[in-house]
Every structure is written in structure tokens, then in C-alpha cells.
Design a protein. Structure first.
Length: 313
């Protein structure tokens, strides 16, 4: 189960917190936010009352009426100092025990509770082990596909995957809605990527043309469990196709507009281009946009394509 984005204890540096983007560790780190120390008001000095056999209560607040006492604040201070010292010793042991190799963590952070994996709407309330904050504003607003060696810009209105079972989804529009036909929750937009195989074709044009039918069926005909959230596809028409430059490499795209039995239908685009890493195996990026006023702007497809970069460049 992949946990949602948030600040978590850094596996390679336990004394720091590191940003998990929902799929991989980023380079954003910060020191844990320590709670502010409690301030104890010292008792007002005064002449002590002489009581030879009086029992002095050990209180951490104001002195009792039976007699003045300063032991309470001192005990609290000593206990707090001991807790701080113990924390420093444990943290120092963890830091000194770290391997000098400083290898990159490959495992995801562990959450106290598992998140839902179906298309149900996600809760916006963070769990005690996560933070609802985003990376610093000056950080790169991109989503990285490490397997295929590309990054895409994270445009306004789009978020990293939340509660999605498909591993190849890079981002979605924010929020969900009740699917117009079959039971379930749908999203107005989705961007995914995968590595093309030898069965897909040998050129970006052949790959894109072979992929568009499957991309449309996956988005608007049947989902992974056989449901038909839009009642199935009734027809489609080609909105555009042709060569396009992607990260300085020659690619090809095909865009369809599909009409569904229920709902406003949508737009599907398959974009194929050579990868800039490894053997240069072709990459297929799919765009799925709902039509209608609630769908994302169609111009975002061009913005995504123009903003794709290779991690090797």
C-alpha cells in the first residue's frame, strides 16, 4: 500500500523529516518541528512559615496554603531536562550508527493505518503520522516517472495520485464525483505513462495509433473490475494526430473525442516518444480529460506535452 504524500521520518537520516510525494522520496528535507516548551511561573518569594512537623506537598503548580514550596517546579524542570537528554542520546546513537555510504532509501514510509484503494473519495484529514503540507513553494512543481526517466509539470488543478490502485497513474484532477452510470467514483482528468513493448510497434506513430483504442476503452468503456462507469463508448472521432517534439525527441500523438452512453464523454490522447535513458525504449503517455464544463481545459494536454523533460538531460 503506497502512503499519501506528506512529511515522514527520513529512513536515511532519522533526525530529519523528508517529503514523500506519494510514489517516491523527493530531495526536500526539514528538521522535525519540536513542540514549544511549557513555561512555569515561579512562586512569589515570601517569608516561609515555620511548621516543624508539616508535610510539604510536591506540586508542580502554585504552593498550597499550608506552606510555601519550590520543589514542584524544580522536579518538573529536572524531569524535562532528563527527557531532553535522553532524546539527544538516542538521536546521537542513531546518527552515529548510520552507514557512511548514505544510500538512497528505496522503501515507502509506513503509516499507522492503511488508506482506501478503491475509487472512494479520499479524506482530507491527515493521520497522526503524516502532514497535510506540500513541499516548499520554491521546490520543483513536477511529477517524476523514474522507470521511464521523464518528468511532467504539475499544473494548477492537478494533484499527485491519491488512493489509486493503478501504478502507472502520474497525476489526476483534484477530487472525485459519482460516476454517471455504474456504481463508483470517477475523476475528471488523469495522466498516466507506461513503457511500450515490441508488440506495440517500432515507431512512435505506430505505437500511438495502436494505443489510442485501448486508452479510450480503459477510460470510458470498462474499468479494471469490469464496471461501466459511463455506460460504455457509443462512438468516437479523431480530433488530431501527427508528429510532435517531446523533450527534444521526435514523437507522435493521436487524440480522440469519445461519446458515452452516460455523461458528457471525454477526450483521450496517446503520446509516444523515445525515452532518454537506458536503451531508449519508447514511452507512452496517456491523457484522459472529461468533456463539459467540469473537465480540465483541453489546452492542458499541450502544456503537459511541452513541459515533459528527460531525467537524463
Amino acid at each position: 500500500m503506497t502512503p499519501p504524500p506528506g512529511w515522514y521520518r527520513d529512513p536515511s537520516a532519522p533526525h530529519l523529516e523528508r517529503w514523500w510525494d506519494g510514489t517516491a522520496w523527493t530531495e526536500h528535507r526539514r528538521a522535525p518541528e519540536a513542540p514549544a516548551p511549557a513555561v512555569t511561573t515561579p512562586p512569589v518569594p515570601g517569608p516561609p512559615a515555620y511548621e516543624p512537623h508539616a508535610t510539604v506537598p510536591l506540586t508542580a503548580g502554585r504552593p498550597s496554603a499550608g506552606g510555601a514550596s519550590g520543589r514542584g517546579p524544580r522536579i518538573v524542570a529536572l524531569v524535562a531536562a532528563g527527557a531532553v537528554l535522553l532524546t539527544a542520546i538516542v538521536t546521537g546513537a542513531l546518527v552515529l550508527g548510520k552507514d557512511d555510504g548514505d544510500t538512497e532509501p528505496a522503501t515507502a514510509p509506513t503509516l499507522a493505518t492503511s488508506a482506501p484503494v478503491d475509487r472512494e473519495p479520499a479524506s482530507d484529514t491527515p493521520t497522526p503520522t503524516e502532514s497535510a503540507s506540500e513541499p516548499p513553494a520554491d521546490g520543483p512543481a513536477v511529477v517524476t516517472d523514474q522507470l521511464n526517466g521523464i518528468t511532467l509539470p504539475l499544473l494548477s488543478g492537478w494533484v499527485r495520485p491519491r488512493n489509486i490502485t493503478e501504478a502507472d497513474v502520474l497525476m489526476t484532477t483534484d477530487g472525485t464525483y459519482q460516476c454517471p452510470a455504474d456504481f463508483g467514483y470517477c475523476r475528471h482528468g488523469e495522466v498516466s505513462s507506461r513503457t511500450a513493448t515490441g508488440d506495440d510497434g517500432s515507431s512512435p506513430e505506430a505505437i500511438a495509433k495502436a494505443d489510442i483504442q485501448e486508452a479510450a476503452d480503459d477510460a470510458y468503456d470498462r474499468d479494471l473490475v469490469g464496471r461501466r462507469p459511463f455506460g460504455g463508448i457509443e462512438s468516437h472521432k479523431v480530433m488530431g494526430s501527427g508528429p510532435v517534439s517531446v523533450a527534444g525527441r521526435a514523437g507522435y500523438f493521436v487524440r480522440w473525442q469519445v461519446t458515452t452512453a452516460e455523461g458528457p464523454g471525454g477526450y483521450v490522447q496517446s503520446l509516444a516518444f523515445p525515452s532518454g535513458i537506458g536503451t531508449g525504449s519508447p514511452v507512452v503517455v496517456r491523457y484522459v480529460f472529461d468533456a463539459g464544463e467540469d473537465g480540465p481545459p483541453l489546452a492542458d494536454m499541450g502544456r503537459f506535452t511541452k513541459g515533459i523533460r528527460s531525467t537524463a538531460d
